[in-house]
Design a protein around this ligand. Structure first.
Ligand code: FMN
Length: 375
């Protein structure tokens, strides 16, 4: 097998493939199984200090499209293919005290695999900022290799938590700084894709002291409505709240967010997430400049922790390196970021007659349009 190893935020990885923070990493037994299966790292299900009570009924469902058709529904049926997960699951319902001895045991059993603890607190006052520090100190004393700050959970009522931090660059910076002040291990930050310009939050996060950004978490979304019952396909007593879309459907959207950030900060570290189940999917993120990738939905659908997914990712990367051996490529570093510069302004894309385009402005350009026409 080719050498799949890499170094990301100073941490050596046997391979650049991690399980993302989600049900596959919600327990010690799952994480142990994941390492046995060959994952290079895992990010634990998010750990917090605030009360967690999930909704009644299913927390996650899978959206399917008919093979060769257009019907979109969560109904399980033959001749259909999963295109997305939809979930409104909250963070881990296990307290920090439950996690700490387990993190230590996992690290002791697998010292060469990378264990990242995902944590979440609020940001509205000093007490909440201290919660970030309590969580960070607890997990790092337990022996984790890095901490990932969850600024991206899309289903939070609190305005100072989850993706409501990720949509506010000041809260991004302050919360990162609070963790940075106590962290002895690398700090990764998981940003939400649900903001107008993710580059602004990324900049604030790096200014706050983050070592890497992970993206994307799920996209805010609703389940479809069943035309027969007129109820949402996921609901409790007929009611639904915003949840998160993951899986194949979000890959192109997540790539767009990632490209914005890797272009703005070409020398920074990024962990790509969203719609990955094969090495070809992962490759898109690597070519945009990511140094690792993470998987959730595809692993959930493959024996809960993705043994076949990780085998495919590793075999796929080995085969890719072998196919490109004549270019002298021996590791991820040789092809990482190769297509980062290929995302350009529309006016830089060739067209049959550039003179007809003028940046989309009228013949007599005025005001800002003059600048667009000149491009
Ligand atoms: C059921 C479920 C639970 C999740 N829980 C968390 C979580 O606790 N913390 C977190 O940062 N992300 C969470 N995520 C988001 C995933 O880590 C990931 O960012 C998202 O699903 C996109 O990746 P995918 O397309 O591979 O699923 C969850 C996703 C799912 C489907």
């Amino acid at each position: 097998m080719a050498d799949l190893s890499t170094v990301f935020t100073g941490i050596p990885f046997e391979n650049p493939f991690l399980l993302a923070s989600a049900p596959p990493t919600e327990s010690e037994s799952n994480i142990m199984r994941a390492f046995e299966a060959g994952w290079g790292g895992v990010v634990t299900k998010t750990i917090g200090l605030h009360p967690v009570a999930n909704v009644r009924g299913p927390k996650t469902k899978f959206l399917r499209v008919d093979d060769g058709g257009v019907r979109l529904s969560m109904a399980k049926r033959p001749a259909s293919t999963v295109i997305a997960s939809w979930n409104w699951e909250l963070i881990s319902d296990k307290p920090l005290d439950w996690w700490i001895p387990r993190l230590t045991a996992i690290k002791k059993a697998w010292p060469n695999r990378v264990l990242v603890a995902s944590i979440m607190a609020g940001s509205g006052n000093d007490k909440e900022l201290r919660h970030w520090q309590t969580l960070a100190e607890g997990v790092q004393d337990a022996g984790v290799d890095a901490i990932e700050l969850n600024f991206s959970c899309p289903h939070m009522d609190r305005i100072d938590m989850g993706s409501n931090i990720g949509k506010d660059k000041v809260l991004c910076s302050i919360s990162t700084q609070a963790v940075r002040a106590v962290a002895r291990v690398p700090v990764w930050v998981k940003l939400t894709p649900a903001s107008a310009d993710i580059v602004e939050e990324a900049e604030a996060t790096f200014l706050g002291g983050a070592d890497a950004i992970s993206s994307s978490n799920t996209f805010p979304s609703l389940p479809p409505i069943d035309p027969a019952t007129l109820d949402f396909e996921v609901s409790v007593d007929g009611y639904v709240a915003s949840g998160g879309l993951g899986g194949p459907a979000i890959l192109p959207q997540s790539l767009a967010k990632m490209a914005q950030m890797t272009q703005a900060f070409p020398d920074r570290a990024f962990s790509g997430i969203g719609g990955i189940s094969t090495f070809d999917h992962a490759l898109s993120y690597f070519l945009l400049g990511c140094g690792t990738i993470q998987v959730a939905t595809a692993a959930m659908l493959d024996h809960a922790i993705g043994p076949n997914i990780i085998r495919g990712l590793r075999d796929g990367m080995s085969a890719f390196l072998e196919r490109n051996a004549d270019r002298g490529w021996t590791s991820l570093a040789d092809f990482r970021g190769l297509r980062r510069g290929h995302v350009v302004a529309h006016s830089e894309i060739a067209r049959p007659d550039a003179a007809d385009y003028r940046g989309g402005v009228d013949e007599e350009a005025e005001g800002y349009a003059v600048e667009a026409a000149a491009r």
